[in-house]
Design a protein around this ligand. Structure first.
Ligand code: KIV
Length: 286
């Protein structure tokens, strides 16, 4: 099992991700913490410090609970835990929508305080100015179109996109606007499958699908969903590759029983006096 930081200092940059268009699918996952970043880094091309952190780790109802400070703190942890993956940090709601000047200031702060490879923001035609302004400063931007979690309150829920001709045309316009603005890749979330596949064929930057299409140039899932740790609503598009809910609940149940019947801590988990020194159990170090 690869749990150690790789010795290579070659970090995948945004340009390398862009060049993977049409190639071997890009493997992307969210990560929010140091240990999880260490575990995922050898296996993925890209780690997204998503604003989903506000829901997944902080228990907020929506991603609107994320702040710039929250994203930077989690971004720093993920950068410490990864050596290889391209790390992208989400720009939280309220940090970029007002103007290109606001977007550039926030993106600069994220990159300067974390050292991440790129930022991501939500929106298509309506956010093209912000994307272009950030890209002009040399900071790579990942777009995000389709179902936009930062807009679910406004839209009255998680609604699948691309069901009508008008909606399909709007999605394509968003994809083209993000591409023209200079984004190096774009997340397509929660769309009709054929629409995401069609957009993937029509634009020259990689599409990263989530609830989208197997034809996208890459896939992304929220890490807690993927390992079966999500305790509330698990979206239909998620495949759980593990059942960590059961693993944790079972471990907590066994621990509770052993504390109550005093079988934990056992002889191997306490420190003995010097006369009882016995190598691993008896040293000064924990
Ligand atoms: O915040 C997030 O986790 C995301 C992914 C769902 C793409 O934006």
């Amino acid at each position: 099992m690869a749990t150690e930081l790789p010795t290579t200092d070659i970090r995948i940059g945004a340009e390398l991700i862009r060049r993977r268009k049409g190639g071997i699918p890009l493997v992307c996952l969210t990560a929010y913490t140091y240990p999880v970043a260490r575990l995922l880094d050898p296996h993925v091309d890209l780690l997204l410090v998503g604003d989903s952190v506000a829901m997944v780790l902080h228990g907020h109802e929506t991603t609107l609970g994320a702040s710039l400070e929250m994203m930077i703190a989690h971004g720093q942890a993920v950068m410490r835990g990864s050596a290889r993956a391209c790390v992208v940090i989400d720009m939280p709601a309220g940090s970029y929508e007002d103007s290109a000047v606001q977007a550039v200031a926030s993106a600069r702060r994220i990159v300067e305080e974390t050292g991440c490879q790129a930022v991501k923001l939500e929106g298509g035609v309506d956010m093209a100015r912000q994307i272009a302004a950030i890209v002009a400063t040399g900071i790579p931007v990942m777009g995000h179109i389709g179902l936009l979690p930062q807009s679910v309150e406004k839209e009255g829920g998680y609604k699948i996109k691309g069901r009508t001709d008008e909606a399909i045309a709007a999605l394509l316009a968003d994809a083209l606007a993000v591409e023209r603005a200079g984004a190096f890749s774009v997340v397509i979330e929660g769309t009709i499958e054929a629409v995401a596949a069609d957009i993937t064929r029509r634009i020259a930057i990689p599409t990263i699908g989530i609830g989208a299409s197997p034809d996208c140039d890459g896939q992304i899932l929220v890490i807690d969903d993927m390992v079966g740790l999500t305790v509330d609503r698990v979206p239909k598009f998620v495949k759980e590759y593990a059942d960590l809910r059961s693993v944790i609940a079972h471990a907590a149940e066994r621990y509770a029983a052993e504390v109550r019947d005093r079988t934990f801590p056992g002889p191997a988990h306490v420190f003995w006096g010097s006369t009882a020194f016995s190598g691993t159990n008896g040293g000064d170090e924990a």
